[in-house]
Design a protein around this ligand. Structure first.
Ligand SMILES: *[C@@H]1O[C@H](CO)[C@@H](O)[C@H](O)[C@H]1NC(C)=O
Ligand SMILES: *[C@@H]1O[C@H](CO)[C@@H](O)[C@H](O)[C@H]1NC(C)=O
Ligand SMILES: *[C@@H]1O[C@H](CO)[C@@H](O)[C@H](O)[C@H]1NC(C)=O
Ligand SMILES: *[C@@H]1O[C@H](CO)[C@@H](O)[C@H](O)[C@H]1NC(C)=O
Ligand SMILES: *[C@@H]1O[C@H](CO)[C@@H](O)[C@H](O)[C@H]1NC(C)=O
Ligand SMILES: *[C@@H]1O[C@H](CO)[C@@H](O)[C@H](O)[C@H]1NC(C)=O
Ligand SMILES: *[C@@H]1O[C@H](CO)[C@@H](O)[C@H](O)[C@H]1NC(C)=O
Ligand SMILES: [Cu+2]
Length: 208
């Protein structure tokens, strides 16, 4: 068993040795943002690892036409609540399987409409800026369009303060990845091992 696993890892490594890996943080001190907010050029086989900072975000695939709506059969990390004082964070990794554009958003209430979107391989005609502008112009999911005040979000407090939150979070990321792993022609979920990555510098006072 151990040998088989090691062989599989080595085989995977051998076939992807030239692939690039990108890290993207989700949320955290900078607010409702992915950072960086786009990967301009990703090749087939490249991986993108999302690292979830406080508070409670998702990485969810959408389409250019409907930035804040989950794409049918698209990828979704599920909600990843991270305490403000957490010292580690769950991660979620996807493998790029085509060079066509990939569009993502956070489906936490109101976040997409505040520009929390992300793109891989945007094009000259379908730019990140155009995608984000469309997201900003969207009506919040489940919120009456007439409500334009920004105070509508109910997510300003972090629900969990458990210091052990990160481990189950990572597990749920793995579970979500597995559950959503069916090919959609664009990307595939990568290995979720090593889901816990050390994160330093969280400061509760900066999170809002
Ligand atoms: C991504 O993050 C991991 C874990 O912190 C680190 O080992 C790796 O070097 C980072 N990769 C890039 C391209 O920054
Ligand atoms: C961009 O849009 C223009 C106008 O619709 C079109 O002529 C052009 O072929 C498009 N370019 C690409 C790369 O799709
Ligand atoms: C979308 O809204 C965010 C948050 O207000 C802002 O930072 C960003 O510049 C906006 N993007 C566009 C393209 O208007
Ligand atoms: C927005 O909030 C202000 C007070 O915070 C209130 O006076 C106003 O009526 C609200 N507008 C809407 C559309 O709810
Ligand atoms: C994270 O957000 C989702 C959606 O709003 C919510 O159902 C869930 O309870 C939140 N989790 C925590 C720990 O706050
Ligand atoms: C985070 O803060 C909560 C109280 O808000 C505390 O119970 C918990 O032990 C803290 N966790 C860590 C890792 O410091
Ligand atoms: C990659 O995409 C192709 C179609 O573009 C599909 O046939 C294949 O199953 C995908 N691979 C994975 C691992 O999702
Ligand atoms: Cu979010």
């Amino acid at each position: 068993m151990r040998f088989a696993l090691a062989s599989a890892v080595l085989a995977t490594f051998a076939t992807t040795v030239s692939a690039a890996s990108f890290n993207v943080t989700v949320g955290g001190p900078n607010g409702f943002v992915f950072s960086p907010n786009q990967i301009p050029t990703a090749a087939v086989g490249d991986t993108v690892s999302f690292l979830f900072l406080p508070k409670n975000h998702t990485v969810t695939q959408s389409t250019f036409a409907a930035p804040c709506q989950p794409m049918a059969n698209g990828m979704d990390s599920g909600f990843q609540p991270v305490a403000a004082n957490a010292t580690s964070a769950p991660s979620f990794t996807i493998t790029v399987n085509a060079t066509t554009p990939l569009w993502f958003f956070c489906r936490q209430t109101g976040h997409c409409e505040q520009g929390m979107v992300f793109a891989i391989n945007p094009t000259a005609n379908k730019t990140f800026a155009a995608f984000q502008a469309a997201a900003n112009a969207s009506s919040p999911n489940g919120t009456p369009p007439s409500s334009t005040n920004t105070s509508g979000s109910t997510t300003t407090t972090t629900g969990s303060s458990s210091p052990t939150t990160s481990t189950p979070d990572a597990s749920s990321a793995s579970a979500s990845a597995s559950a959503s792993a069916k090919p959609n022609g664009a990307v595939a979920f990568g290995v979720q091992a090593g889901g816990i990555l050390a994160v330093v510098g969280f400061t509760a006072g900066l999170l809002l």
